[in-house]
Each structure stands twice: as C-alpha cells, then as structure tokens.
Ligand binder design. Structure first.
Ligand code: P6P
Length: 339
C-alpha cells in the first residue's frame, strides 16, 4: 500500500464518495475508534498502571471481572454517551442496557460491545481485544428497550474489533468489505494498513480448545480427528493448530492468513448452546468474516440469520475459511439426518 490514509479519511470517503454510511454512523465509528485508543493506553501500561488483576466482582455471565474489563467498559460508555448518534448501549459487562441519559441527544443507533475480550490473558501479556457491533433502532416507536437490540446479525450497520497485541489494530466492516487500521502511536492516529481483506477459502490451520475433546459432539470430533490424521488420513494433508484463548486474536490471525475457529457446544453444560455470546461476539465477528469471504455458522445455521431472544445469549461458533466451515456444517447436518 503506497499512500496510507487515516481512518477519518476512509470514513469520510465511505460517506461522501460511496454513500455507504450516513454522517451519524461515521461519527459513531470515529468515537468508538478513539475509545479503543484510550483502552489501548490502559492495556499497554499493565502493572505500571495498576490495572492488572481481578476487580473483585462478577459480570452477568458469572465470570470474575478483571480491573481492565471495567475500565474498558467505562471508557466506551463515557466516550459514546454524549455524541448524539446512540439511543443505548449493551455490554458483556452490564446486566441490562445503558440508555443514553436525557441530558444528551438520543440518536438512531445501538452499540453493543465486549469491552475487553480474552480477559484471562490480560495478566500474562497475551493479546486481548475489544469487539463491537452497531445496529439501527427501529423508528416505529419512541424510547428504547432491550427488545430493540434483539435483531439478527444480518441487520448490523457496522462491526469491528480492536486487537491489543504487538500492534494495536482496528478491523472494521461497514458492509462493503473489511479494512484494517494500525495505531500510529507517534501521531496518535489510526492509519489504514489493509483494504479488501480476504480469507483464503481453504486452510491447514484449526483453532479449538483441545482439552474439551471428550465433551464434544460427534461431528466436531470427526472433523478434528480427520485434521489430526494428517496427510495419511481422509484429508490428505497435515494441519497445524493454534489456540490463543482470545477470540479477537484467533479471528485476526484467520483474517490475515486463513484458518477455522471453533467454540462448539459441548456436554459440560448441555443446556448452554455454547460459551461465546451471540450479540457482541459471534454476530460482529460473523459479519466481519463473511465480508472477508469467509463463513460463520453455529454448526448448522448461519450465525447472522439466528433470531436472538436474549441480550446475553450464548451460541456455538464455527467460523473462518469458507470450505472448512462448510465441511464442519455438513458433518453436523449428516449427523442430524443420518445421511
Ligand atoms: P477457553 C475469552 O474468555 C473467550 O470468551 C474467547 O475470547 C476465547 O476464544 C474463549 O473464551 C476461550 O475459552 O475455554 O479456551 O478459556
């Protein structure tokens, strides 16, 4: 890429030249990107900023909250309250939605986020990230409630994530492809470093937590065992495995070089459809992956077609290189129909 443009210029061009986004959405994305810069500063301080370790509380998922989980959540709430683009926000770290206070103008968008995904990696200096999703509130009624958020993922107006790793990189889709922006810390600005990102349709790399193998459903065990059988097995090629236990980092690798990511339903908690959350993890990542030519299903159905019933509902996730996701999905369907 010869001439690198800023995120601001990219968004203005998307608005002005391509008509892909209205001004309110452009401003919203700018604010979220600025909030991610603030989170990056806190993350990068680590022990020097007194931000490591547990906050001594639990989130709605019953998970121990890290100090940085709460800091990241507060940064996103405070940054997005006053701008006038939003009616309300929803977060993995908050039981209920956060309606924009009356002292600020309310807008037509809804912002959902996992403020800091991969928390278990914070204290050991492994990449973590922020995931966000933007929906549009229905204009057919005043006010805003949780029900306004319960839209299928194909309704998203935008989605993105920021990975806090060796580089701080913002990945964004507005529904017209995927672009990447790397934080230039000297300028303090997001600089475009990739456009029209494409995920290879085939791969030799899978990402799954192998320690759960004895709990998996048969189609998952079949797929992974075939990968492990390598070139002497039915796949006729050797596979590599990666598992960072930080969805943002695993998905980013897949966007950069292909792969398949799986966090399937398993027998440990059979009443739970999966571990990951639909509204602010699977939907935004599914939107990004599809916009980059990949696929995302829950093993049987397209993630973006799932009709949500609860704000914090969980889902089984299979996403990445299209041909591999289709194979896993075919195995699930065969298992269901016995064909
Ligand atoms: P496990 C992080 O806690 C997360 O929600 C995802 O980012 C990640 O892919 C997954 O959980 C890791 O789960 O069970 O391997 O620790």
């Amino acid at each position: 890429m010869s001439h690198r443009i800023s995120l601001t210029q990219y968004l203005i061009e998307q608005q002005r030249e391509h008509g892909h986004i209205p001004a309110q959405l452009r401003l919203l994305i700018e604010v979220v990107a600025r909030a991610c810069k603030g989170i990056a500063i806190s993350v990068n301080k680590g022990a020097l900023g007194g931000v490591l370790g547990s906050a001594g509380s639990e989130n709605v998922q019953g998970e121990v909250q890290k100090k940085l989980d709460i800091i990241a959540n507060e940064v996103l709430i405070e940054a997005n309250e006053w701008g006038g683009a939003l009616a309300a926000m929803a977060s993995e770290e908050m039981d209920s939605i956060h309606v924009v206070p009356n002292r600020y103008p309310q807008g037509e968008y809804l912002l959902l986020f996992d403020p800091l995904d991969g928390s278990s990696n914070i204290d050991v200096n492994v990449s973590i990230g922020t995931i966000f999703s933007v929906l549009k509130k229905s204009a057919d009624h005043p006010g805003v409630s949780t029900e306004d958020f319960l839209q299928p993922g194909h309704q998203q107006a935008a989605a993105g994530y920021c990975v806090y790793g060796p580089q701080t990189t913002l990945v964004l889709t507005l529904g017209h492809g995927v672009a990447m922006f790397t934080l230039d810390r000297e300028q303090g600005s997001w600089v475009q470093t990739a456009i029209d990102v494409r995920i290879p349709e085939d791969t030799k790399e899978f990402a799954i937590n192998m320690s759960n193998r004895r709990h998996w459903d048969a189609p998952v065990t079949r797929y992974i065992d075939e990968c492990l059988a390598g070139k002497d097995g039915p796949r006729g090629k050797d596979f590599n495995m990666r598992w960072i236990a930080s969805m943002v980092a695993d998905v980013h690798r897949i966007l950069c070089r292909g792969g398949i990511f799986m966090y399937p339903w398993d027998k440990r908690e059979p009443r739970k459809p999966g571990k990951l959350r639909l509204m602010y993890e699977a939907n935004p990542m599914g939107f990004i992956v599809e916009q980059a030519g990949g696929a995302a299903t829950n093993g049987l159905e397209r993630i973006l077609d799932l009709a949500p019933t609860e704000l914090h509902q969980r889902v089984s996730v299979v996403l990445g290189s299209k041909n591999e996701v289709e194979r896993v999905t075919a195995y699930h369907r065969e298992s269901r129909t016995g064909t």
